[in-house]
Design a protein around this ligand. Sequence first.
Ligand SMILES: Cc1cc2nc3c(=O)[nH]c(=O)nc-3n(C[C@H](O)[C@H](O)[C@H](O)COP(=O)(O)O)c2cc1C
Length: 192
Amino acid sequence: MTACFYFFGVMPVSTIIDTIRSRRSVRDFTGAPISKDDINTILDAGRWAPSGLNNQPWRYIVVQDCETIEEIATCTHYSNVVQGAPLLIVVFLNHDAKYNYMKDVQAIGASIQNMLLVCCELELGAVWLGEILNRKEKVNSILDAPDSLELMAVLAIGCPVEKERISTRKGVDDVTFNEKFGTGWVGRDEEI
Ligand SMILES: Cc1cc2nc3c(=O)[nH]c(=O)nc-3n(C[C@H](O)[C@H](O)[C@H](O)COP(=O)(O)O)c2cc1C
């Protein structure tokens, strides 16, 4: 992992925000394998996400077998992305650990984002694939996953092909109100 500086166990905000801002979805991979240490670091970040009542509703299936990756690739329009990735982390909601559907899905989103950010810190590329949910039953069948596991996403992960990746976001002012709906947020002097 890239160097992090801790002060009394707290990572400075600048490091976190730098990773958040520099993370880009990566869809082209060199094909180089991912180390077991890195896979464990990614999974560790996923499991440390917050969840309602700490119910930890996520389950992950790590897929590295080429034939299985090929099969999963048939379930999405992003087949080339899946085929090019040496590692898939398939993320499920475990209905046996269910607390509240909305909150469980939110917790899984937090788990996924944790994993994406750690991939970025490890200088790995990753993309969150959601379109594949259209074929979620097929994915479960390929992976022998029971009905109690509901597919939430597939993360395609690998060493990134070096290229510029640009993304944009709406301004803070465009998505934020001040105190009440309708009053523009003018809390910042400079554009971020
Ligand atoms: C819920 C969700 C579903 C997504 N599904 C896909 C997908 O199926 N295929 C894909 O290529 N990217 C997918 N993405 C990635 C987005 O396209 C990407 O995050 C967005 O364009 C912003 O780009 P950035 O991640 O590089 O900042 C998904 C992202 C999220 C959060």
